[in-house]
Design a protein. Structure first.
Ligand SMILES: Cc1cc2nc3c(=O)[nH]c(=O)nc-3n(C[C@H](O)[C@H](O)[C@H](O)COP(=O)(O)O)c2cc1C
Length: 330
């Protein structure tokens, strides 16, 4: 299947959340959904030598690395490292509003510098060979007029060779809002993003922001080539991912018919992690939302979160937590 087709549905890059254990869990529920890493800065890879940040398991594929940075040559070097490691895609973050990121002069502030972004992606594309280079952006920042800046931004990066873009359908306000507030307070403008999809038929555009159910995903897909889901996929992964392969991708079956199956499908990953000296909670913290809204969900969460902190906590904690939930069919 083409990567663009996988990008019909993707799980957003989320710092501290979409690490390799989270991605392993999402992957057991959907074989097709495109998964993104947390943002990794190009500087950490190139200047800091922190190439371990690129570690991932082939079972997570297709997986896209998200980079942060604004130095074209540094981004190109980081892209080359990512391609060498086998990532299916390299994405540039033009949406993060955190102070740390602003002082490094990348993320959402780059919405104000489309020329620089175009140079960055051009160098990344040079370094990427056949691997696609994509961008995740906002509709604008601060007092910009999205209706004007967004089409200009998209045209510049398209002219630099980008073919796929995800648009978080709200502005980032760079002063006075925390990153968390910047994901909720600036209003969503889906219509503007739909208009971009019509104006740029040569781009594969995905819409992101505030999408919480698979029905909503299907609704957006009437206007867009792709939909990216962030928080909802983390907090209630089964609701977004467990039926995605059949409903969104037209597969004949989904890999895990029930939430129980999804949990059990994680046992080999967890055992390998424990054998390698890892801690149970490093994996299971991403699984707390598995039974969101189902009978026994609280018992599951409590047993799993408390049990995982016990010294030497093993796979038995997972089975103990599973016994709290009665869900048979999702
Ligand atoms: C905990 C957390 C961390 C995030 N980290 C990143 C990141 O590293 N890179 C990025 O482009 N967006 C990041 N985001 C933003 C999401 O990718 C997404 O754009 C945003 O949450 C809106 O989508 P949603 O409403 O579906 O969650 C993060 C969001 C959350 C909740």
């Amino acid at each position: 299947m083409e990567l663009d087709t996988h990008a019909t549905l993707s799980v957003a890059p989320m710092m501290d959340w979409t690490d390799r254990h989270c991605r392993a869990f999402h992957r057991v529920m959907s074989r097709r959904t495109l998964l993104y890493t947390e943002m990794v800065t190009a500087a950490a890879l190139v200047r800091g030598g922190a190439v371990h940040l690129l570690d991932f398991d082939a079972a997570e594929h297709p997986v896209a690395l998200q980079l942060g940075g604004s130095d074209p040559l540094e981004l190109a070097r980081a892209t080359a490292l990512a391609v060498e490691r086998g990532y299916a895609e390299v994405n540039l973050n033009v949406g993060c509003p955190s102070d740390r990121v602003q002082s490094g002069h990348f993320g959402a502030v780059l919405m104000e510098q489309p020329d620089l972004v175009a140079r960055c992606v051009a160098e990344m594309i040079n370094a990427a060979g056949d691997v696609p280079v994509t961008v995740k952006c906002r509709i604008g920042v601060d007092d910009q007029t999205p209706e004007e800046v967004l089409p200009d931004f998209l045209a510049r990066i398209r002219d630099a060779g980008v073919r796929r873009v995800t648009v978080h359908a709200r502005k980032a306000w760079l002063q006075g809002l925390s990153p968390k507030e910047n994901r909720d307070i600036p209003p969503l403008d889906y219509e503007l993003v739909y208009r971009m999809a019509t104006a740029f038929p040569d781009l594969h555009l995905s819409i992101n922001g505030g999408i919480t159910t698979l029905d909503e995903v299907a609704g957006h897909l009437r206007h867009m080539k792709g939909v990216m889901v962030g928080r909802a996929a983390y907090h209630d992964p089964a609701a977004i991912l467990m039926r995605a392969d059949t409903r969104i991708f037209g597969a004949e079956s989904d890999p895990c018919p029930t939430r129980h199956d999804a949990v059990l499908a994680m046992v080999p990953h967890i055992e390998a992690h424990l054998d390698a000296g890892g801690k149970l909670g490093q994996v299971t913290r991403h699984m707390l939302g598995t039974f969101a809204g189902q009978p026994g969900a609280r018992g599951w969460r409590r047993t799993l979160s408390e049990g995982a902190t016990r010294p030497g906590a093993g796979i038995d904690v997972l089975h103990e937590a599973l016994s709290c939930v009665t869900e048979a069919a999702a």
